[in-house]
Design a protein. Structure first.
Length: 190
């Protein structure tokens, strides 16, 4: 099976709630690109970013994110990837390395979707003042634009599974707000 269609413990595309949500979105948006856009907008708009709503619950697996309606950018990327895969659309995880404002870095998670043989990065982080994301197959409309002069970067690659160091960090806490505030997110890929 194509790794970018597979289900696993984090991108649990075969979980009944994921499959049902994806099927509903596909029913309402039958074209593949329209479905991908709908899945993106659902994840961006219906699932809140943990930091924006001060929700400390750690959500990692896509089904956890869907059930709780909240997650960090990584968790939201896991959900979007799972929704796409549940309906047979190849999708993976990609990352940016961003400055944390304290002299360190953290990984920012996004989803890449493959449509007509081309990968397109999408950022379901969710909008807030100063941050707007849109589904786009032309100009990327991501939450952040890395500043190379600050050591920030778009990290190469689309991954079938999330970075294990990141997953371990997210699984190691019962408070993602504290994890982020204390610099507990990895700044580089494992």
């Amino acid at each position: 099976m194509n790794d970018f269609l597979a289900s696993d413990a984090v991108i649990d595309a075969t979980h009944p709630a994921i499959a049902e949500t994806a099927a509903r979105l596909r029913r309402d948006h039958p074209g593949t690109t329209d479905f991908a856009r709908a899945a993106f907008e659902f994840t961006r708009d219906e699932v809140k970013h943990s930091m924006d709503i001060a929700d400390p619950r750690p959500t990692v697996a896509a089904s956890e994110v869907l059930a709780h309606g909240a997650g960090l950018c990584h968790a939201k990327a896991h959900l979007l990837t799972a929704l796409l895969r549940a309906e047979g659309v190849p999708a993976g995880i990609c990352y940016q390395r961003l400055a944390d404002g304290k002299g360190g870095f953290f990984l920012h998670g996004m989803t890449a979707v493959q449509l007509d043989g081309t990968w397109y990065r999408q950022d379901p982080r969710g909008d807030k003042p100063g941050v707007t994301t849109e589904f786009s197959l032309t100009d990327e409309r991501l939450a952040y634009k890395p500043d190379p002069s600050q050591g920030e970067a778009d990290l190469p690659g689309v991954f079938a599974t999330p970075d294990p160091g990141l997953v371990a960090a997210l699984r190691s806490t019962d408070d993602v707000i504290a994890l982020v505030a204390n610099g507990g997110l990895p700044g580089n890929l494992s």
